[in-house]
Design a protein around this ligand. Structure first.
Ligand SMILES: NC(=O)c1ccc[n+]([C@@H]2O[C@H](COP(=O)([O-])OP(=O)(O)OC[C@H]3O[C@@H](n4cnc5c(N)ncnc54)[C@H](OP(=O)(O)O)[C@@H]3O)[C@@H](O)[C@H]2O)c1
Length: 246
């Protein structure tokens, strides 16, 4: 069996270290290079220094690295999993442009479970069109943004089926709810890794769809699955939907 030769960018960071650990444990991969800004023993400080032939690059670094990464990958026709977040519109455009030349997997949430949740949410929103929808997300007390990007992604998924939906953040200042509202509620407490629950309620029943993350390793697991998927794809832009299949 031919192993998939992988470069990990941001290899010394929290997520990068998880990816390195999983790649080293998985016999279908061969880790050929670790890249991180700080460099050090066994770590390249610059991607340009990596001369070994790779099959895929997994990036969990920083948005500012994207120009260098896309230049390297397009020059070498190297498929890339872009898992870093926080891109400017110009940087996002760069990623999309590169996908016209190489296979690019791009997702701000690499969790396969969240991708499945979004799919189920879309189905439920299509079936229960007139019901009340509320989203509750819970995260640790160190999280700086609220609501989470994933809660907004789930709200947007409902909105695809209900274009007149209006987002209402918390209900402190509001009176009676309107039917087209999607209530979005953020809880911040302790060390909760991440929970997202989407509730659909009619006069006669309530359906609750929920994802609970136990460990941030799930994002690294998703990136690994994406890298395996991408190794067999042609030029194009891929996201979690593709990984889930039909
Ligand atoms: N898609 C997802 O599901 C998902 C999940 C989790 C995290 N993320 C994203 O992944 C990224 C990394 O997260 P993290 O928690 O691992 O952050 P982190 O611990 O700060 O790790 C990032 C690593 O990349 C290095 N780095 C910075 N600029 C670089 C460059 N130009 N070239 C190479 N390496 C560079 C950093 O070095 P220094 O420390 O020296 O700057 C650090 O070692 C963030 O954008 C985060 O939002 C995405």
């Amino acid at each position: 069996m031919n192993r998939i030769n992988v470069i990990v960018c941001g290899a010394l960071g929290y997520m990068g270290r998880e990816v390195v650990r999983l790649v080293e444990e998985d016999t279908s991969f061969q880790l050929i290079a670790k890249v991180d800004k700080a460099g050090g023993e066994g770590v390249y400080a610059n991607l340009d220094e990596v001369s070994q032939k790779a099959d895929v690059l997994i990036d969990f670094s920083n948005h500012v690295a994207i120009e260098e990464i896309m230049k390297y990958c397009t020059e070498k026709s190297l498929p890339v999993v872009v898992a870093t977040t926080g891109y400017t519109p110009e940087e996002t455009e760069l990623i999309i442009k590169a996908s016209e030349k190489i296979p690019v997997f791009f997702s701000a949430n690499m969790s396969v479970g969240v991708a499945l949740l979004a799919r189920l949410v879309k189905q439920a929103a299509a079936i229960f069109r007139g019901c009340d929808v509320e989203i509750i997300e819970k995260h640790h007390n160190r999280k700086v943004d609220a609501p989470s990007g994933t809660a907004l992604l789930l709200a947007d998924t409902v909105k695809e089926e209900r274009p007149d939906a209006e987002y209402v953040y918390g209900r402190g200042q509001n009176g009676k709810r309107e039917t087209n509202e999607i209530g979005i509620h953020a809880l911040r407490m302790g060390n909760v890794v991440g929970e997202h629950e989407v509730i659909f309620s009619t006069e006669s029943q309530t359906i609750s769809l929920k994802h609970e993350a136990h460990d941030r390793a799930l994002f690294a697991e998703g990136a690994i699955a994406a890298a395996k998927y991408l190794a067999n794809q042609s030029t194009g832009l891929y996201k979690m939907e593709h990984l889930l299949g039909e």
